[in-house]
Design a protein around this ligand. Structure first.
Ligand code: MF3
Ligand code: CO
Ligand code: CO
Length: 278
């Protein structure tokens, strides 16, 4: 391509939208609605409940609150949420499968509120789960929060990935390479890509006003995944357990605002929550 075309392509690849206070307010409202429904799902996740019943619960919640479930019909996705069980890495499609004691489940909710996207996912334990599964949920949550802690102006996307990878691999777990976090705002999936692995200082420099998700997928086994014949469901090739937590964040002058945090602390794994009412 010509020098001019190259320059344009480069600008397109590196220019990331910087958002102002109205966008942060919109993202906080959308993020808190997502956190609220994820909190309500804690009591819905029980042995015998189907993942399509959880989908219907979130669809009804969205309608009742004037929100749109972003996944529904997104690139042909047939449901309002993603439900990813056990060795499913992400993008599991809700269906007639009933939950059973010992399952671990990721529920990923994206709601559009006044045009802004709130995108968050958490892990849920069905009854008593194995010690290995408990440990995976703790490592995955801590991986997300290591990534969040790396967000500040002047840091890079590589700093986020490196923080996650160093921690997760130090815990003898592995980081999925095939999916990444993403810019969001009025669009669901935007630049920049937020890789959950990498080298400090690499990638794009973070600036106040950037909006993106961090959503590491961490496996007890090896990183490779495959996509099932439904075209969506990603599973670990070695069938090892996989987990994911996701927050939507904005870069501030001071560091980072987490739009999808739970004021009740319910965004943490079940084993590390404080037992308290309210
Ligand atoms: N919420 C997912 C994410 O974190 C995307 C789901 S897209 C869908 O980016 F089509 F699979 F629903
Ligand atoms: Co996301
Ligand atoms: Co999501």
């Amino acid at each position: 391509m010509s020098n001019l075309e190259f320059a344009r392509a480069h600008a397109r690849d590196t220019k990331i939208k910087l958002h102002g206070p109205e966008a942060f307010a919109g993202m906080a409202k959308a993020g808190q609605l997502v956190a609220h429904v994820l909190n309500l799902l804690v009591d819905q996740v029980q042995p015998g409940v189907t993942t399509e019943a959880l989908d219907a619960f979130v669809f009804d919640f969205a309608v009742d609150h004037g929100a749109i479930p972003a996944p529904l019909n997104y690139r042909g996705f047939p449901k309002s949420i993603c439900t990813s069980l056990n060795h499913v890495v992400c993008h599991g499609i809700p269906g007639p499968r009933a939950l059973k004691e010992g399952d671990i489940l990721n529920i990923d909710v994206t709601l559009i509120v006044d045009g802004w996207h709130g995108d968050s996912s958490r892990m849920y334990a069905v009854g008593k789960i194995s010690r290995a599964a408990e440990r995976l949920l703790e490592v995955t949550y801590n991986s997300l929060m290591r990534g969040v802690a790396a967000v500040r102006p002047g840091a890079t996307t590589g700093d986020i990935g490196a923080a996650i990878q160093a921690y997760a691999e130090g815990e003898r777990c592995s980081v999925v390479r095939d999916f990444c976090g993403h810019g969001l705002g009025r669009v669901f999936h935007d630049r920049p890509n937020i890789l959950h692995y990498g080298e400090p200082g690499e990638g794009l420099q973070l600036k106040p006003g950037m909006l993106f998700t961090i959503e590491p997928m961490i496996n007890l086994g090896k990183p490779p995944v495959k996509i099932l014949s439904d075209g969506w469901t990603a599973v670990t090739r070695d069938r090892s357990l996989s987990a994911q937590f996701e927050h939507s964040v904005g870069v501030t002058e001071e560091g980072c605002q987490v739009f999808t945090a739970s004021p009740k602390g319910l965004d943490r794994p079940p084993t590390s929550r404080q037992s308290s009412e309210g």
